[in-house]
Design a protein around this ligand. Structure first.
Ligand code: BG6
Length: 513
């Protein structure tokens, strides 16, 4: 439930461009419904769907009701709750590529705002194909819908990813947009930053005295970041995915943001720009961990396999994927963060589709104790076997079953001095009774409150593209194609060598209990 400090100070209307799309139905509308239900969204904030198809407000409301029922985290939505929420939903038919449609859009939005008795403060959410970003903003500008600094009302535009497809295109998009918008009007979303457990990385580091002094090259052996998904190309996702691949879809944004949060220096103040300055420094310090790209970056594509006993299709036979597609569905890489804190500590990153389970985690593996005085055993009941000494590992489990765990060695009770590795676990569901909010709830509320802390700044975005673009170019030109891996496996064998060649191993994340 909301506190006074959480609330939106100035009501605004929220326009969703691309309101007929999947994102609106699956993520945006359920999040807005939840915000409204939990008292975060003033009743005077209209939500206006904008898209090309012809439909009435009531038809739009009916579609959104179905979507919210299907995708909301609230199990049972009462008629009253729906009536309260849907009273603020509107639909305006607009071809956002056609300048002529904007006069009607502007006028109609204003009528809704007058009716709600609010100023023309607006959030425009670009839930559209990226190629429509620029035409939409140009058309809004031509119609006088972009307020200047001296106006008494504001506009904030949220851009869904991908923001560009490489360094050059991201820079061009930023340059074009900056002719029409100021940076503080632009909110580039990376929904990972809205996840409760992702925000907790920084709070855990800076809100406890005992861990932060250990997070550096003196104590840490290496860090592994995994964003694994067991899903393939269900629900026609192949069409979009085939044009991007794992690097652009997840590594360039979600994985690098996780890396920033675990590697950055604590900011002097917990303010948007201080945090983003520190993240930027991490991205600028990113260096390949090898001379040749093929030594430190691997890509794979899944072939037929099995998942939970069911056979799975090869990527190339998935719905809306080219049968000769060379798109990577898996990426792993070893990178360095060349600064005083992290010099010499490798960061191993991996992400992929059709892996054995859906799991996102950061594992910080500490160095072994300087001297091994004891034998280490792992026991199942009374049956124990000697194993290699296990280093301490701090694991941030971002999803599912959000938790933070620390592996420590403890004496196995008995007549001998034997170490047994055990886990100290904090699980959200044991300590907090309330459900974790969805990422989009937090992010939509932040845009309405004008807080850009959890959004990506243009220099951060460009630094991330700068790092991955040479790899993408190399893959595009080298002609070798992605390495095959069986659906339901942890990726191509060759990619495992990234770790085994260093005498290390990828963690096998424990499946949810
Ligand atoms: C999106 C990617 O950004 O993140 C998808 O485009 C991916 O391909 C999704 O499935 C994963 O998000 P989450 O929140 O389910 O981990």
């Amino acid at each position: 439930m909301s506190n006074a400090s959480d609330l939106i100070k100035e009501p605004a209307s929220l326009l969703i461009f691309g309101a007929s799309g999947d994102l609106t139905a699956r993520k945006l509308m359920p999040a807005l419904f939840q915000l409204s239900r939990d008292g975060f969204l003033p009743q005077s904030c209209p939500i206006i769907g904008v898209a090309r198809r012809t439909k009435t407000d009531d038809e739009f409301r009916a579609e959104m009701k179905q979507a919210v029922n299907e995708f909301s985290r609230t199990d049972h939505i009462t008629d009253d709750e729906w009536a309260t929420f849907s009273a603020r939903l509107y639909y305006i038919e607009t071809d956002i590529t056609q300048q002529a449609d904007y006069e009607n859009l502007k006028q109609h939005v204003r009528e809704i705002e007058v009716e709600a008795d609010i100023k023309p403060n607006r959030v425009v959410y670009m839930a559209t194909a990226p190629k429509l970003f620029l035409p939409a903003i140009e058309n809004m500008s031509a119609e006088g819908m972009i307020p200047g600094r001296d106006d008494d009302h504001w506009l904030r535009i949220v851009f869904e990813k991908p923001f560009g497809t490489d360094l050059k295109s991201a820079q061009e998009l930023t340059a074009h947009l900056s002719r029409l918008l100021t940076e503080d009007q632009i909110y580039r979303i990376d929904h990972y930053l809205g996840k409760e457990t992702v925000q907790n990385i920084l709070l855990f580091r800076c809100g406890n005295a005992i861990f932060e002094p250990l997070l550096n090259r003196n104590h840490v052996d290496h860090i592994q970041i995994t964003v694994a998904e067991d899903q393939g190309m269900e629900r026609g996702r192949g069409a979009l995915y085939d044009a991007s691949g794992a690097m652009r879809d997840v590594l360039q944004n979600h994985v690098l943001q996780l890396l920033c949060l675990i590697a950055m220096e604590p900011p002097a103040l917990f303010r948007a720009n201080d945090i983003r300055d520190e993240k930027l420094k991490v991205l600028q310090a990113l260096k390949p961990a090898g001379t040749e790209i093929d030594e430190w970056a691997f890509r794979g594509q899944y072939v037929a396999g099995t998942h939970q006993g069911e056979s799975t299709l090869p990527y190339r036979e998935e719905d809306r994927v080219g049968d000769q597609s060379e798109t990577e569905t898996y990426v792993s890489m070893k990178v360095n963060v060349d600064n005083w804190r992290w010099a010499g500590v490798p960061f191993y990153l991996r992400t992929g589709k059709r892996l054995p389970q859906r799991v996102t985690e950061i594992a910080v593996q500490f160095k072994h104790p300087p001297l091994n005085l004891f034998t280490t055993v792992e026991c199942d009941g009374d049956m124990c076997q000697m194993v290699e000494a296990q280093p301490n590992t701090l694991i941030f489990r971002i999803q599912p079953k959000e938790s933070i765990s620390l592996r420590v060695g403890t004496k196995r009770p008995g007549m001998q001095y034997q170490i047994h590795p055990v886990m100290m676990d904090f699980e959200y569901e044991d300590s907090f009774t309330f459900e974790l909010p969805e990422a989009y709830e937090r992010l939509l509320l932040d845009v309405l409150r004008g807080d850009s802390t959890l959004f990506t700044r243009s220099d951060e975005l460009e630094a991330a593209w700068q790092f991955v673009t040479p790899v993408l170019e190399h893959w595009q030109n080298d002609g070798s194609g992605p390495l095959p891996y069986a659906g339901g496996s942890w990726g191509p064998d060759k990619a495992m060598e990234l770790m085994t060649n260093d005498g290390r191993e990828w963690r096998v994340p424990s499946p949810p209990k």
